[in-house]
Design a protein around this ligand. Structure first.
Ligand code: UT7
Length: 334
């Protein structure tokens, strides 16, 4: 039987800035402590791109692409499309993905930015897969890059402990062997609009002296409500994608979850009946890097994967947006 062509991840890269912001340092900035942060979130430290460096999401992306090229010995000149998944592009306009494409030498590529909060990377992979499966484009670079420190209020202890900066990139190409993106469930629900957002800076409430004085350009969330929705929705879709494909936890090599809170990840893994060694976690090092959590997790764990491994990607974010994706790993183990 002929295998249908799929869109596969054929190379991966990652980069985090050097500065390490520890729980101890945060405890000097706001009323918090290492014990609270660790027990409630699983986070120990996060990386921060210092504002004085004058760099944005594109800088992290260019570094991550350099890492990918060094690891896999690939060229970027023949990339057809660059999709940037990000809630913190370099600037609202012009698009950041065009700049990334230029800087990495993807001379013939077109590019666009995509925003779906913490599910951005998942949605971008889905879009890239659709382009590839249709036969329209062959080589798509998906970038998940966020400088969350640029939208974090470091006087708000309920949010500033959560977020970090980072980037992961995935090159996607056709797989005639049928490896790659097998299935997905993607969802949105606008009731999330009230619970997790940046109030000002968009067309609804443009920037003004007042919005700056009120600190309305920083990310705010009703943590408890978001937590409740995240646990039930991320776990539900992750279990659903297994059921839909007649799989059980035994068939899964690894869960690659969005890293927002260790307790949300644990709840998802329990619903999928996964043993702990199948759950990839790096939240302790990076915190929540939004669009970068899943590709950074792939980058950190790339040496564990065997070709053909069943991976489940799962995410939940503002909007609300969420989803789960079944991916078979297409890269030979070195
Ligand atoms: O990736 C996008 C999606 N986002 C998420 O998935 C985040 C989901 N939410 C969460 O991860 C959790 O709700 C948080 C980690 C944000 C908060 O944990 P929680 O267990 O839900 O705590 P809480 O908000 O119910 O706060 C419990 C207490 C409160 O004090 P009182 O009212 O009980 O006296 C807070 O004021 O903890 C207090 N608190 C803190 N204490 C020390 C809140 N933040 C801190 C802090 N340090 N940093």
């Amino acid at each position: 039987m002929k295998t249908r062509m799929k869109a596969a991840i054929t190379a991966i890269g990652g980069y985090v800035p050097e500065y390490v912001l520890t729980n101890a340092e945060l405890a000097d900035m706001v009323d918090t402590n290492d014990e609270w942060i660790t027990s409630r979130t699983g986070i120990k430290e996060r990386r921060i791109l210092k504002p004085e460096e004058g760099k944005g999401a594109s800088y992290l992306a260019i570094k991550a692409v350099e890492a990918m090229k060094a690891e896999y010995g690939i060229t970027t000149e023949d990339i057809d499309l660059v999709i940037l998944a990000s809630v913190t592009p370099d600037m609202p306009v012009a698009i950041t993905s065009a700049f990334i494409a230029q800087e990495i030498g993807a001379k013939h590529a077109f590019a666009f930015d995509l925003q779906a909060a913490c599910s951005s990377f998942l949605y971008a992979v889905s879009s890239a897969a659709a382009y590839i499966e249709s036969g329209k484009y062959k080589k798509v670079l998906v970038v998940g890059s966020d400088v969350m420190s640029s939208i974090t209020d470091y006087e708000d202890r309920t949010t500033c402990i959560l977020f970090g900066d980072g980037c992961g990139v995935a090159l996607m190409e056709p797989s005639e062997e049928g490896y790659g993106i097998q299935d997905e469930i993607l969802r949105t629900d606008a009731q999330g609009r009230d619970f997790l957002r940046i109030e000002a800076g968009g067309s609804f409430l443009p920037p003004s002296h007042e919005t700056i004085d009120n600190k309305q350009h920083a990310i705010r969330q009703e943590g408890k409500s978001v937590f409740r929705f995240a646990v039930s929705n991320m776990a539900d879709t992750s279990a659903e994608i297994l059921e839909k494909n007649n799989m059980t936890g035994d068939d899964v090599a690894y869960l690659v979850p969005h890293q927002a809170n260790l307790r949300i990840i644990d709840a998802t893994a329990r619903r999928m009946e996964l043993t702990p060694e199948k759950v990839l976690i790096n939240i302790e090092k990076y915190g929540n890097t939004t669009s970068a959590t899943i590709p950074l997790c792939l980058w950190d764990n790339r040496h564990k994967f065997n070709k053909g491994d069943n991976l489940i990607f799962a995410a939940f974010g503002g909007g609300f947006t969420w989803g789960a994706m079944w991916v078979t790993w297409a890269i030979d183990k070195k």
